[in-house]
Design a protein around this ligand. Structure first.
Ligand code: NAP
Length: 338
């Protein structure tokens, strides 16, 4: 396999150009079982060599640990990387295992200072509201975020798991560069309303979990038996038990397409997400997560795969047949608020 650098795409109406595939860094510290710091550092460096410039983290990933882990890499390559982090999932002092959603001004101000400190940089390139607190008007939240832009703490704003109406309201306060939401062969809720709104408003789409948290690669079949006890995917209804068995059968057409391209299942899943850009007419910058340099090579190579109309047709029915929700607690998804 040859490894050339990936093409670029625009992050928001006024740029910057970033590698058309970003890197999700969450699993380097949190959520998906054992971590390997050396491999993760190698993955970060390999990604940069291959033209990946958008790096995704959040204050909630390992309660700040992920931002701290990434800091030396970001500082070493400050002018080459676009740092995206997020606020909104607060840790209640009485129970550190829980998360509560907060979008209020005092919380945001505290969160941005803490992220800047942990990342050890002067400015965050893209600052996302990670989840929506329905008790705070989104105009107020984005108003505070806009103040952070004016104060030079943050360059651009993003929103994660918002509805089309929330995106429109937010855009009325300050330009939004990107919406980050789950988008994959298994999760296509956002295509109905959020994606058309983003296209209309000049907002780029950053699909998270484009590999279905690894399930679409075939690397695990049932989270309950194949993954470690602390792995977050064991809590997700679609990856365990009967649901997982039914969903594994849905990978058959992905396998057929993969064989035709001499590609892996994951590469076809990524090529499909990437091609949403042409299908829906807006910049799409998926952020597959991996902590392994070899997988960075595999995933970035998927940017060169183009699926035919017949192949897209074969993959089209999959998402409607997926058994089980994305989250056990659907308050963490925007879908219920549409
Ligand atoms: N905004 C939000 O609410 C939200 C939610 C979830 C995630 N995110 C962001 O989106 C990023 C990506 O999502 P994600 O990590 O949940 O899911 P994902 O990218 O769909 O899948 C990641 C999983 O797939 C495995 N993997 C990656 N490449 C592979 C390959 N080529 N072959 C086999 N397995 C492979 C990874 O394991 P290895 O590390 O072992 O390779 C990891 O377990 C996260 O890192 C995070 O930054 C955001």
């Amino acid at each position: 396999m040859t490894h050339s650098t990936i093409p670029t795409a625009r992050l928001g109406e006024h740029g910057p150009e970033v590698g058309v595939q970003g890197l999700g860094c969450m699993g380097m510290s949190f959520a998906y079982g054992p971590t390997d710091a050396d491999a993760s550092r190698a993955a970060l460096e390999r990604a940069l060599e291959l033209g990946v410039t958008l790096y995704d983290t959040a204050d909630a990933y390992g309660a700040g640990e992920n931002e701290k882990f990434l800091s030396p890499f970001f500082r070493a390559h400050r002018d080459e990387v676009v740092i995206a982090t997020k606020f909104a999932l607060a840790i209640p002092p009485e129970d550190p295992s829980r998360r509560i959603i907060r979008n209020d001004a005092p919380y945001i101000r505290e969160a941005v200072e803490a992220s800047l400190r942990r990342l050890d940089v002067d400015v965050i390139d893209l600052y996302y509201m990670h989840r929506r607190d329905v008790n705070v008007p989104i105009e107020d939240t984005v108003g505070v975020m806009a103040e952070l832009v004016r104060e030079g703490k943050v360059k651009r704003l993003g929103l994660s798991e918002v509805t089309a109406a929330e995106l429109r309201a937010a855009q009325g306060v300050h330009p939004i560069a990107a919406v980050q939401s789950e988008w994959s062969l298994f999760s296509r809720d956002i295509e109905a309303q959020v994606v058309p709104a983003a296209r209309e408003l000049g907002v780029s789409l950053v699909p998270y979990s484009p590999l279905g948290r690894g399930f679409l690669t075939g690397s695990f079949a049932d989270a309950a038996t194949d993954l470690t006890a602390d792995d977050f995917r064991r809590q997700q209804p679609r990856y365990t038990g009967e649901n997982a068995a039914a969903n594994a059968a849905l990978l058959e057409p992905v396998r057929t397409v993969a064989e035709a391209h001499g590609a892996s299942l994951g590469q076809i899943a990524l090529a499909w997400v990437q091609q949403r850009s042409a299908v829906h007419g807006l910049p799409v910058i998926p952020i597959p997560g991996t902590s392994k340099p070899g997988r960075v090579e595999e995933n970035t190579a998927a940017t060169r795969i183009v699926l035919s109309d017949e192949e897209l047709d074969l993959l089209e029915p999959i998402s409607a047949k997926v058994a089980g929700d994305r989250y056990a607690d659907m308050r963490f998804a925007s879908a219920g608020r549409e």
